[in-house]
Design a protein around this ligand. Structure first.
Ligand code: NAD
Length: 442
């Protein structure tokens, strides 16, 4: 079967054989996202106006802004904010600081946010943004000026009822605090308290939520727990490999080990390490905080990057970047389940091969929704000025993650499709229902 996927923005067409032809197909990340969307749209019979609307972002904001560096020189940075859809609620999505950030990547990530929020049942739309930069190459003072100038350049394109950024790869709570502070200063004294919710993932002192820091990793673990219940596995019997030991991978590793899992192999941008009897993730976190990466960790032996994918483990958790599980790597994988903590880690042809080999995938829009769910709780807390306890946050997170999984499992059975297609189907039906009720202006 040939899938004919039209990316109307670029005007080009991707033809893809449903059976992997033995080598990876070249396509952009946005083409992958559009392809996934159209597959699910076909499955649920999504009508044409909805299909056309949801395969394009609503707004694409690109800003070029100058910042003075510590040595007195000037550099012009390029930043993006893509607002994919806001039929359900304000645009919502992270900000990525990475050298590979470009319009195509951010468009894909923004689309995934629309479907993730719809699937999680929270009143947000989808957006994503970023700056093309390697943040490790700049001092804290320079990063502060870059973040503040980027916020200023975005201006009224963001706002607590309009578009709400959050942390992603290369950004953190400190940067979210700077965004909030810059935005409130631009908003005038009368609005200082009411605009705190312009960004989520802030520090607790600046109006952040308990549990936001670990929310994505915790949500990934709740996803794994739900799968264990579904297939009759014991969580504490599972061995795990993880790519990425940052916010998502690091918290997931610690929480999974606390609940009895054996973390056997971990890789990041500095290298790969393994310990057959289990890595001590608390000590590893301290090492990474000090050294900047997992390489050289004394409680493990060094391994090759490809060993991470071919390791003899039950579960693989990609928690770094997109397109990491390629067709070639999928051929070597021995795990039974992939839980996509990262966005877009599996290429479409790798996914087909993994399906043929009986490897299940919990897709990104389902597995890593914990971050945006607790971002929603943070936004609610900022609006009401009533701050929640840790238990309230955790219970709310678990309920929403498991509700989304329940809906996907039911849809997967009724449509006899993959878990990714079922996740999209649930999201698309919710979005389509809203368009049907509201109509399309004018
Ligand atoms: P982070 O910057 O905290 O960590 C990124 C990790 O990826 C680091 O360990 C880094 O070493 C590793 N990495 C980077 N380049 C790599 C490479 N080439 N090879 C191997 N490892 C590499 O980012 P994060 O917030 O943990 O995000 C990780 C993933 O999770 C991304 O796909 C992000 O979009 C997704 N995600 C994040 C959140 C969140 O709340 N932060 C929410 C949902 C999804």
């Amino acid at each position: 079967m040939l899938l004919d996927v039209k990316d109307a923005v670029r005007g080009d067409t991707v033809k893809m054989d449903a059976k992997p032809a033995g080598k990876s197909v070249q396509r952009s990340l946005h083409q992958t996202a559009v392809e996934q969307f159209h597959r699910a749209a076909d499955l649920v019979g999504l009508p044409e106006p909805h299909r056309a609307i949801l395969s394009h972002p609503k707004n694409e904001v690109i800003v070029n802004f100058p910042v003075q560096l510590d040595d007195g020189s000037w550099e012009v940075f390029r930043g993006f904010r893509i607002q994919h859809n806001n039929i359900i609620g304000p645009y919502k999505g992270g900000l990525r600081f990475h050298p590979d950030v470009d319009l195509d990547e951010v468009k894909a990530l923004a689309a995934w946010m629309t479907f993730k929020c719809a699937l999680a049942g929270i009143p947000f739309g989808g957006a994503k943004g970023g700056v093309t930069i390697d943040p490790h190459g700049y001092s804290n003072a320079e990063l502060e000026r870059i973040v503040r100038r980027f916020t200023h350049a975005l201006g009224s394109n963001i706002g607590p009822e309009h578009d709400i950024p959050a942390p992603d790869v290369g950004t953190n709570a400190m940067m979210m605090d700077w965004i909030m502070d810059t935005y409130t200063n631009l908003s005038g004294p009368g609005a200082k308290q009411t605009v705190k919710g312009v960004v989520t993932g802030k520090s607790l002192a600046c109006g952040g939520s308990l549990g936001r820091d670990s929310a994505t990793g915790q949500g990934v673990l709740y996803s794994l727990r739900h799968w264990c219940g579904e297939v009759g596995e014991r969580l504490d019997s599972l061995s795990i490999g993880i790519q990425g030991f940052g916010n998502v991978g690091g918290h997931f590793a610690r929480l999974a080990q606390r609940d009895g899992c054996t973390i056997r192999i971990v890789g990041d941008h500095t290298g790969t390490i393994r310990n057959e009897t289990g890595l001590d993730t608390v000590e590893l976190a301290a090492w990474v905080a000090d050294q900047g990466g997992v390489a050289g960790f004394p409680g493990a032996t060094a391994a090759d990057t490809e060993e991470l994918f071919s390791a003899d483990i039950d579960i693989f958790v990609p928690a770094a970047l997109e397109n990491q599980i390629t067709l070639e790597r999928a051929e070597t994988m021995k795990c039974r389940l992939i839980v996509e903590a990262a966005n877009g880690p599996t290429t479409p042809e790798a996914e087909i091969l993994l399906g043929q080999r009986g490897v299940e995938i919990i897709p990104d829009i389902l597995a890593n929704g914990g971050g945006v769910i607790v971002s929603y709780f943070e936004w609610l807390q900022n609006k009401s000025s009533r701050y929640w306890g840790e238990d309230e946050v955790d219970k709310g997170l678990r309920t929403l993650v498991w509700d989304a999984h329940d809906a996907v499992v039911v849809t997967k059975r009724s449509l006899n499709c993959t878990r990714r297609e079922a996740a999209y189907a649930v999201a698309l039906e919710r979005l389509a229902d809203l368009y049907d009720r509201r109509g399309i202006f004018p």
